[in-house]
Design a protein around this ligand. Structure first.
Ligand SMILES: Nc1ncnc2c1ncn2[C@@H]1O[C@H](COP(=O)(O)OP(=O)(O)OP(=O)(O)O)[C@@H](O)[C@H]1O
Ligand SMILES: [Mg+2]
Length: 285
């Protein structure tokens, strides 16, 4: 947008962590759920790639404090929708609001400043760096002071505590000093979760957090997502219906870029159109 906008956004950064504190929580400290605010809303959101409608007139409403699953066959437009919500792809038409603020067409870093953070479907870590170093870098990226920040012993100590906390949250404390290249797949995905958590997002988008995992890692990830979902809004994509059923308050089913069905897991699971969409996918596999 305009440079004035950007300056304003930078200026408000420092205030953000403090204002996040309790403003979004319910009276008992828990998230406001039914009847609460809308965290993310899209209206007629559309992305056309060279004539192909990857996301086609999607109206999505994610309520604050809920865990919202996005499911659908391969190519349904789930990742594209994530890319739109986080500014990595510009919509062809339609609008996106985050807590009622219009973020349509904003850059990823601008959307991130609204409190939206995401993980990617494909892992993208540095094999030679340790988990600790990854988390340190993620936190460092948040400070406008950059490297100077690290010269203050006091701040460094505070930072270290936060790094330890994040590594602990995702169960990586014993492996913190290992190069990431030596970690198991599930551990790498856990680290990616820590990197998203480092941003302390109000809205967390996870693209296939359990993809390629064995059953043990899947169950561990379900527990992890459940823990980090406390006090946040989570939108996730997953093909594993056990994961969706375990975590999601609400499920939106996409097919060929459009919303096919939406509701609680049990409603959606028994929806004939949804069953057909998935069987259709199996037929083509
Ligand atoms: N940058 C792009 N350029 C052209 N086509 C694209 C682009 N990104 C996605 N598509 C197409 O849009 C459609 C939706 O892709 P998308 O990755 O969003 O699906 P998905 O639901 O995430 O699938 P999966 O479950 O396999 O991850 C696909 O047909 C894909 O080929
Ligand atoms: Mg995808």
């Amino acid at each position: 947008m305009t440079s004035a906008d950007q300056e304003e956004r930078h200026a408000s950064d420092a205030a953000r962590p403090a204002e996040r504190g309790g403003a979004d929580d319910g009276p008992d400290g828990g998230a406001v759920t039914a009847g609460g605010r809308v965290a993310v809303r899209t209206r007629a959101l559309t992305k056309v790639f060279r004539g192909f409608r990857a996301v086609d007139s999607v109206d999505l409403e994610v309520r604050e404090g809920t865990v919202h699953a996005l499911v659908g066959p391969n190519g349904a437009g789930k990742t594209t929708l994530f890319n739109l919500l986080t500014g990595f792809v510009t919509p062809t038409s339609g609008t996106i609001t985050v807590f009622d603020e219009d973020v349509t067409g904003q850059q990823p870093e601008q959307v991130a400043r609204r409190g939206v953070a995401r993980s990617f479907q494909i892992t993208s870590l540095f094999e030679t760096l340790t988990s600790r170093e990854h988390v340190e870098l993620a936190l460092q990226g948040l400070t406008s002071q950059g490297f100077r920040f690290w010269r203050s012993e006091k701040l460094l100590g505070r930072h270290r505590a936060r790094v330890d906390e994040l590594l602990g949250q995702v169960g990586l404390t014993p492996l913190a000093e290992k190069p990431v290249g030596l970690l198991a797949y599930g551990q790498k995905r856990a680290l990616e979760m820590a990197l998203v958590l480092a941003l302390d997002p109000r809205v967390m988008l996870l693209d296939e957090p359990t993809a390629g995992m064995g059953i043990e890692d899947v169950d561990r990830t379900i527990e992890l997502v459940r823990r980090i979902a406390a006090g946040r809004t989570v939108v996730f994509v997953d093909h594993n219906m056990h994961v969706v059923g375990s975590l999601a308050d609400r499920v939106t089913v996409l097919q060929q870029g459009r919303v096919l069905a939406e509701g609680a897991y049990d409603e959606v699971r028994n929806d004939e159109r949804v069953i057909t969409a998935y069987l259709g996918e199996a037929d083509h596999a």
